[in-house]
Design a protein around this ligand. Structure first.
Ligand code: SAH
Ligand code: SF4
Length: 361
């Protein structure tokens, strides 16, 4: 299988071309065709000389994802289910906000972190996505927008789809470099957010990258006992390891950090947990923002969405203690747009179909 050219940073492509006897300036041309004109075939790169095109064609592909399903919600959310070259399926979501168009990307096929509330965690990780497969999700969404002829651009990215991005660190970083590069899609670092379940050592590494990309930590509980119950990763990286990692990130970057908190009815949504969370974040409240997430029920999971009143009390308790927070508005609930839901439904359907086939044979 040839590599996807989308996976190479500008520097990597330039070095690759030089190593293969081509002129350095071709990388600028190739990137222009890929990311400004957005062609999907090397032969369309008109001003690039034939020997360079032949070479690229020999070693790389441009498109490797095929669109299996595209669902559009009433609120403008578009959900894509893509098939990878090896038959695996992943999902990508386009959301419309008043500040722009945001794409939620997947980084792995499944996820090994196995959080108890998450649809992606049920299906263990099959493999990491390559940097090219992550970039291509953005390109496919951009091409969908191009085809509508409204001159719309993807302006924001959230790395919050299936998978734990810090468990696929190098590919994540290459992806971020490609989409952020001024010569390419030029999506501003401040418009990109990476969400992690809290792989502490990688949080240090991320802080040291010297990029202005936003970090979100899925905290979901204010104490170890509760956090371990709902996220088993907390055994490896409990709060006493996470908090210093956050302090380091804040010190290094001086950027605000988002804490994601899924509200699970009668599990972590009491006033007492809001108070504990406020205490935990007290010394960094000037650089903290808590995103309260109404739980999206997942089939066969034991949790329910918190009552409206509990959500409001939680919110008010944090605000009263000087912790900035908000309740996440939902997008595309009519089309299974929550993390991993469309994909897991599709896999269930596929299993049922195969079972039926075996029975009828
Ligand atoms: N693995 C990373 C990023 C992907 S999950 C992480 O865990 O942060 C992105 C966000 O979606 C996380 O905050 C996650 O906890 C949340 N999420 C997962 N399942 C959900 C569900 N059923 N309802 C609402 N949010 C969910
Ligand atoms: Fe993986 Fe994130 Fe889902 Fe946890 S919430 S299982 S880390 S994708």
């Amino acid at each position: 299988m040839k590599r996807s050219i989308y996976g190479l940073t500008f520097e990597q492509l330039t070095n690759w071309l030089i190593d293969h006897g081509e002129k350095k300036f071709h990388s600028k041309q190739v990137w222009d065709w890929l990311y400004q004109k957005r062609v999907t075939d090397f032969s369309q790169m008109k001003n690039v000389n034939q020997s360079c095109i032949d070479l690229l064609q020999q070693h790389f592909t441009i498109e490797t994802l095929s669109e299996e399903i595209k669902q559009e919600s009433k609120d403008g959310t578009v959900k894509f289910l893509f098939k990878l070259h090896d038959g695996n399926v992943i999902e990508t979501v386009l959301m419309r906000f008043n500040y722009g168009l945001s794409v939620c990307v997947t980084t792995q096929v499944g996820c090994n972190i196995g959080c108890s509330f998450c649809a992606s965690g049920i299906l263990r990780k099959n493999r990491d996505l390559t940097s090219g497969e992550i970039v291509e999700q953005i390109m496919q969404v951009q091409q969908h927008l191009d085809s509508q002829g409204k001159d719309e651009r993807v302006s924001h990215i959230v790395v919050m789809g299936i998978g734990e991005p810090f468990d696929n660190y190098e590919n994540l970083i290459d992806f971020l470099k490609v989409v952020n590069d001024k010569k390419g899609l030029s999506i501003g670092a401040r418009h990109i957010t990476v969400s992690t379940s809290g792989i502490a050592p990688k949080m240090y590494e991320f802080a040291d990258e010297g990029i202005q990309i936003n970090l979100a930590l899925s905290i979901h509980a204010p104490n170890n006992e509760l956090r371990t119950k709902i996220m088993k990763i907390n055994r490896a990286y409990p709060l006493e390891k996470l908090m210093p990692a956050i302090d380091y990130y804040l010190e290094k970057t001086n950027r605000r950090i988002t804490f994601e908190y899924i509200l699970l009815k009668d599990v972590n949504d009491h006033k007492k947990e809001a108070e504990q969370l406020a205490d935990l974040l007290k010394d960094k409240r000037h650089l903290s923002y808590v995103n309260l997430i109404p739980y999206n029920p997942v089939a066969d999971h034991p949790y329910e969405r918190s009552e409206k009143e509990a959500i409001l009390t939680f919110y008010q308790t944090l605000m009263d203690r000087g912790i900035k927070c908000g309740v996440r508005t939902e997008h595309g609930t009519d089309i299974d747009a929550a993390c991993g839901q469309l994909r897991s439904k599709q896999i269930e359907k596929e299993k049922a179909r195969k079972k039926k086939k075996i029975q009828t044979n």
